[in-house]
Write a protein that binds this ligand. Structure first.
Ligand code: NAP
Length: 275
C-alpha cells in the first residue's frame, strides 16, 4: 500500500471520466484517505456518489478556485476533518469558449485573464494557502498538456495558460522545496472528458495522437492515475519541478511517421491503421 497513512485533497472531479477521478482512485486503491471538492451546489449532488465510491462521503467540500474565501474555507474544513494533509491534486482548467478556436490574436483581455486566474493562479494560491497544513514530505500535482510547449490547433488560450502553469510548477517547486514539499505536473495526452469537449476538433486530435504516438494508441485516466499516484507517493521522494509526460510517447516525435505506397511514394499515416 504505497499511499497508506497519507491524506490528501483532490480538486477537479466533474464525473468518473475526469482525470482527477483516475488519480483519486489510484491513490485510494493504495490506501490514501481522500477529500474531494465540487465547484458549486449544482455539482454537489452529482459528486455525492463519487465521494461515496472514493471512501470520502463525509469529506466533500465546495471550492470554486476563483473565490479566495472558498480556498480558505477548504483549508479550515481539511484542518477540522484531517488535521494535516500530505498531498493536493489540482486538476482544474477553464477558458472561455472564444479562447479555444479561431484566431488566437482575437482573444479578449477578459477571457485571457479568466483562463490565467482559474487555470494557473489557482495552483499558486492553493499551494500558498494549504502550506500551513501540509506535512513535510508532501506533494502537489497539477495537470498540463503539450499545447503549452508547442502550437496545437484550437488549443490557443489554454496553450498559453499551460505554459504559465508549467513554469509555475518549477517556481513553486523551488519555493516549497524548503518546506519539504514537492510540486510536479503530468502532461497528459488527449482524453475525452468534459473539459476536452470544449476544444475545437477534439476528436481529430484523438485520432492524430493515436496515429502518431510511439504506442499507437490514446491513453486512459487509469494510466494518468497510476503515474499521478507515483508522483504523490514516497516512490518519487526526490522528484520535483518535473513535467512528466503520460502521452504514449507522443511528445518525443519530431516528425509524423510516414508510410510508402506501392510506388514508393511517402504519405502521412494519419489514421494509424497502416503504421
Ligand atoms: P474535467 O473532467 O472537465 O475536469 C475539469 C475540472 O475543472 C472540473 O471538475 C471543473 O469543475 C473544474 N473547474 C473548472 N473551473 C473551476 C473553478 N473555478 N473552480 C473549481 N473547479 C473548477 O476535465 P479533465 O480533462 O479531467 O481536466 C482536468 C485537467 O486535466 C485540466 O487541467 C485539463 O486542462 C488537464 N488536461 C486534460 C487533458 C484532456 O485531454 N482531457 C489533457 C491534458 C491535460 P466543473 O465540471 O464542476 O465545472
Amino acid at each position: 500500500m504505497l499511499m497508506k497513512g497519507k491524506r490528501g485533497v483532490v480538486l477537479g472531479i466533474a464525473n468518473k471520466k475526469s482525470i482527477a477521478y483516475g488519480i483519486a482512485k489510484a491513490c485510494q486503491e493504495q490506501g490514501a484517505e481522500l477529500a474531494i471538492t465540487y465547484l458549486n451546489e449544482r455539482f454537489e449532488k452529482k459528486l455525492a456518489p463519487i465521494a461515496e465510491d472514493l471512501g470520502c462521503a463525509g469529506r466533500l467540500y465546495p471550492c470554486d478556485v476563483s473565490k479566495p474565501e472558498e480556498i480558505l474555507a477548504l483549508r479550515e474544513a481539511l484542518e477540522r476533518d484531517f488535521g494535516r494533509i500530505d498531498f493536493i491534486v489540482h486538476s482544474i482548467a477553464f477558458a472561455p469558449k472564444e479562447g479555444l478556436s479561431g484566431r488566437f490574436s482575437d482573444v479578449s483581455k477578459e477571457a485571457f485573464n479568466v483562463a490565467m486566474e482559474i487555470s494557473v493562479y489557482s495552483l499558486v494560491e492553493l499551494s500558498r494557502e494549504m502550506l500551513p497544513i501540509m506535512n513535510a514530505g508532501g506533494a502537489i500535482l497539477t495537470l498540463s498538456y503539450y499545447g503549452g510547449v508547442k502550437y496545437i490547433p484550437n488549443y490557443n488560450l489554454m496553450g498559453v495558460a499551460k505554459a504559465a502553469l508549467e513554469s509555475s510548477v518549477k517556481y513553486l517547486a523551488e519555493d516549497l522545496g524548503r518546506d519539504g514539499i514537492r510540486v510536479n505536473a503530468i502532461s497528459a495526452g488527449p482524453i475525452k472528458t468534459l473539459a476536452a469537449a470544449g476544444i475545437g476538433d477534439f476528436s481529430f486530435m484523438l485520432k492524430w495522437n493515436a496515429a502518431h504516438s510511439p504506442l499507437r494508441r490514446n491513453i486512459t485516466i487509469e494510466e494518468v492515475g497510476n503515474s499521478g499516484m507515483y508522483l504523490l507517493s514516497d516512490l518519487s521522494s526526490a522528484v520535483t519541478g518535473e513535467i512528466h509526460y503520460v502521452d504514449g510517447g507522443y511528445n518525443i516525435m519530431g516528425m509524423p511517421a510516414v508510410i510508402f505506397d506501392k510506388e514508393g511514394k511517402p504519405h502521412i499515416a494519419w489514421n494509424g491503421e497502416d503504421r
